[in-house]
Design a protein around this ligand. Structure first.
Ligand code: NAP
Ligand code: GCO
Length: 267
């Protein structure tokens, strides 16, 4: 098979969770560009409607479903509906996620559990819902959106780091358990990406200066910039396509080199 067809997603159904906007939307757009049929979900109908309109503006006819990915019954019902209305899910991108930036000893157990629920339990629930049909079909791709916090900690993100670290190992376990069914499960580990989730870290200060964390990330990234959600599209197409059929259990970091770099020396 030549590389033109190797990277093609023609005839593939791709479900991207939490993809009305942000990284999920950018990944779905890239998968559509490679020929995939796009299915996405969000918690609220108004967001799903906005998402459908946004995809339409990009020339993409997307199928949108209202579903809270932490609700197993709702997820199973959504997958059944997708299989009936669109087709079996060939590619699952577990993208939906939240973060709560709270010092650990000030964080309630309820808040901690909520982050774990969305960022770790939900990828388990949605993967469990799509794998049986992937096994029957004889192939499948699962892409978990991990994080630099799958490898590193930092102040105030204990729940998020615990979840994303767990998601890295869930990725490796799905790869181990279902590789024999020609299912590949890999992760994408974005660096710092300019989306609503990181907007608080980039807020312009009252004196017009950049947020200290913004300056920190710029100094720690060889690329000298925050990532754009579109930077994740190509890696997602690779991991969703036949081109990665022998790649399994890997986390592909798309971080502008931040993990390789000690950081810009003070001038
Ligand atoms: P975002 O802008 O906050 O978007 C998150 C999406 O997930 C939203 O559409 C949100 O919908 C949806 N969502 C949240 N909880 C949900 C639930 N229970 N059920 C269904 N949908 C739910 O975040 P993002 O920056 O695009 O991040 C997307 C993924 O990339 C997340 O897993 C995040 O951890 C990861 N990531 C982000 C970065 C970064 O720098 N931005 C870096 C590494 C990894 P609502 O609007 O309805 O809440
Ligand atoms: C934070 C950020 C990060 C990014 C991302 C980095 O508060 O440190 O939100 O967690 O979202 O996960 O890879």
């Amino acid at each position: 098979m030549d590389n033109k067809t190797n990277f093609s997603l023609e005839s593939k159904v791709a479900l991207v969770t939490g993809a009305s906007y942000g990284i999920g939307f950018a990944i779905a757009k890239a998968l559509a560009g490679a020929g995939a049929t796009i299915v996405f979900n969000d918690i609220k109908q108004e967001l799903v409607d906005k998402g459908i309109a946004a995809y339409k503006e990009e020339g993409i006819t997307a199928y949108g479903y209202v579903c809270d990915v932490t609700d197993e019954d709702a997820v199973n019902a959504m997958i059944a509906k997708i299989e009936e209305e669109v087709g079996v899910v060939d590619v699952l991108v577990n993208n939906a996620g939240i973060i709560k930036r709270i010092p650990m000893i000030e964080m309630s157990a309820k808040d901690f559990r909520q982050v774990i629920d969305v960022d770790l339990n939900a990828p388990f629930i949605v993967s469990k819902a799509v794998i049986p049909s992937m096994i029957k079909k004889g192939h499948g791709k699962i892409i978990n959106i991990c994080s630099m916090m799958s490898e590193f900690g930092r102040e105030t993100v204990s729940a998020y780091a615990a979840a994303k670290g767990g998601l890295k190992m869930l990725t490796r376990n799905i790869a181990s358990e279902y590789g024999e069914h020609n299912i590949q499960c890999n992760g994408i580990g974005p660096g710092y990406i300019a989306t609503p989730q990181t907007a608080p870290l980039r807020e312009v200060q009252p004196d017009g200066s950049r947020h200290p964390f913004d300056q920190f990330i710029i100094s720690k990234t060889p690329a000298g910039r925050w990532g754009e959600a579109s930077d994740l599209g190509g890696p997602a197409v690779f991991l969703a396509s036949d081109a990665s059929d022998f790649v399994n259990g890997q986390i592909l970091y798309v971080d502008g080199g931040i993990q390789a770099y000690i950081g810009k020396q003070p001038s």
